[in-house]
Design a protein around this ligand. Structure first.
Ligand code: FES
Length: 572
């Protein structure tokens, strides 16, 4: 075992080491604090207010067993936890705060390595950002998806079916009573959302990045195999400390390449783009928005999961899981990228098999020949915008329509169902003021519900354009993350009702048919300025003053990079 960081607290005979040891004893044996046993934090996002993670205390107990068994000392460290469905104004506003708080607590404490327990959307990204910046040996245990619930004999995809059923109510094809009846069937068990939404995507991508014990991600939360893997992860982190295997060694450009291939093959959430960019930014890995298109565009979609497809996460697991998917595209992966075991990640795929070829398709018969994220540019998005073609309607991927502009979410809700709203199926719905700085926090509002009168006429998709995000559980022809955002002076701020907007996904273009000089000369929207948040203190002020654009991951400008694990001066 190398010289341990925690020895700077515990080894020694002086007054300070006495204090550090004495207050920690409380039943620990002397050997636990002799400066020779790795002190392993379990960064635990269990919280009753993050219901998708509420089972992580039990997971932590099994991680602890493995740590003790391998000669380490486990230490539960509750960290900031963000419940996607509960917090306002949007969970994304708090991702960077959670990352900063976790990073600082890991650095401030006598810790040699960390096991990261996450699940709900923002928790794994914030934990990985923190681990990257403190650069202590780190391994993730994804909390896993919930089991499949059913309503009236039909499987329910959580998130996705909320959007679908609520649109059915608005269209008049489902009663309000039936809609409410489905509520109690939606969440069947512990665990996070069971579609290929953001939580599922980030758990699986954490493994593709190499930060999870291979074969763990995607294990359903109630499955006893998750607890066994947690135990093994506890053993692994002690070995990682001994080998000095840190995020800066595991998370290379090759790891991010692999994550982008996995994102495409899985048909994962668009939210992965901002999270991967932010994690890479903490490590100094030169990942750009265009890499998602360059690496992912020609990767086939191999998984038929909601929101775009049919099945749910429990089906993916029984069909062979992530390893079976990635084995199909192993030739596209970086052979040199390692994982937390120190071995090449691709080596972990060797034995994988597909057990249900309806859920996981073979390379020769993909769901779509090309998946991935398309990165769009043009005079409406000079710094980029993204769209997930696999979740869009093919006939809308090349489209020209007149803009119907909304200056805030409230403006949208107030007018979208008005009978006299000047909108038809060809229109392009534009929602602005929803970027990182504008809302603030970049909420998942881009998948705007369609106007009631068009729903009733049978329209089920329209082109939508927004500087915000879209829930990973949503679908539709939605252009997201338009950058620069309107609140930062992006051209979206100067679009007007009736302007012609052109979407051309094949040619990666998003433009407004207004001459550049005329667009630049227009006054910014007064209604948007009036709607923007102007926090005067606290985290929200810090966030609005320092947040970067979506095109680089929406981290705070001063959090990009790493401060390492240097031990600071004494407290007394
Ligand atoms: Fe937690 Fe979906 S709300 S994962």
């Amino acid at each position: 075992m190398p010289e341990l960081r925690s020895a700077q607290w515990y080894a020694g005979q002086d007054r300070n080491s006495y204090i550090h040891r004495a207050w920690m004893r409380r039943g620990l044996p002397d050997s636990a604090l002799d400066g020779r046993r790795p002190q392993i934090a379990i960064a635990n996002t269990a919280s009753d207010l993050t219901p998708c993670n509420s089972h992580l205390d039990e997971v932590a107990e099994h991680v602890k067993r493995g740590i003790w068994e391998a000669g380490g000392v486990p230490l539960n460290l509750p960290v900031v936890s963000i419940g996607e469905t509960q917090v306002r104004p949007t969970a994304m506003l708090w991702r960077n705060m959670a990352a900063m708080a976790t990073e600082e607590m890991l650095r401030a404490n006598p810790v040699d390595g960390v096991v990261l327990l996450g699940g709900c959307d923002k928790t794994i990204p914030s934990l990985l950002m923190a681990a990257a910046s403190v650069d202590l040996p780190a391994v993730v245990v994804p909390g896993g998806p919930m089991l499949t619930g059913t309503f009236r004999g039909t499987p329910l995809g959580c998130g996705t079916d909320v959007w679908r059923l609520s649109e059915e109510v608005r269209a008049g094809t489902l009663s309000q009573a039936a809609f409410l009846e489905s509520e109690s069937s939606m969440i069947r068990s512990r665990g996070h959302c069971n579609t290929m939404g953001t939580a599922s995507t980030m758990g699986l991508l954490a493994e593709a990045l190499g930060t999870v014990l291979p074969g763990t991600a995607g294990t359903p939360a109630p499955d006893s195999r998750l607890l066994a893997r947690s135990h093994e992860t506890g053993r692994l982190i002690v070995e990682m400390v001994a080998a000095d295997r840190r995020p800066s060694r595991v998370l290379t450009a090759g790891s991010f390449h692999n994550a982008i291939v996995a994102l495409a093959a899985l048909g994962g959430s668009t939210n992965a783009v901002v999270h991967l960019l932010a994690i890479a930014g903490r490590l100094g890995v030169p990942l750009t928005l265009d890499d998602f298109d360059r690496v992912g565009a020609d990767v086939p979609l191999l998984v038929d999961l909601q929101p775009a497809g049919k099945y749910l996460m429990e089906d993916l697991y029984r069909a062979g899981g992530l390893a079976a998917v990635l084995r199909e595209v192993a030739d596209l992966l970086d052979p040199d990228a390692i994982d937390v075991t120190g071995r090449p990640f691709v080596a972990s795929l060797a034995e994988a098999q597909i057990w249900d070829r309806d859920v996981i398709r073979g390379r020769e018969k993909p769901v779509l020949p090309q998946a991935g994220i398309a990165v769009l540019r043009g005079n409406l998005a000079p710094a980029g915008a993204i769209i997930k073609p696999a979740a869009a309607s093919p006939h809308l991927l090349r489209h020209r329509g007149r803009a119907v502009v909304f200056d805030s979410v409230e403006d949208f809700h107030a007018r979208i169902d008005a009978p006299d709203l000047d909108v038809d199926a060809n229109s392009v719905l534009v929602l602005r003021g929803c970027g990182p700085r504008g809302y603030p926090g970049m909420p998942e509002v881009a998948n705007m519900p369609l106007p009631r009168k068009l729903l009733q006429a049978g329209v089920r998709d329209m082109v939508r354009v927004c500087d915000g995000r879209m829930s990973g559980t949503a679908y539709g022809t939605v252009v997201l993350h338009v950058a620069p955002e309107a609140a930062a002076g992006g051209p979206l701020d100067r679009v007007r009702d009736g302007d012609w907007i052109v979407l051309d996904v094949d040619n990666r273009r998003l433009t407004v048919d207004v001459p550049d000089d005329e667009l630049a000369a227009r006054e910014p929207s007064a209604a948007l300025r009036a709607a923007l948040a102007r926090p005067s203190r606290g985290w929200q002020k810090l966030y609005v003053d320092t947040v970067l654009g979506a095109e680089v991951g929406a981290d705070l400008d001063f959090l990009v990079g790493s401060s390492g694990d240097a031990v600071s001066r004494e407290s007394h």
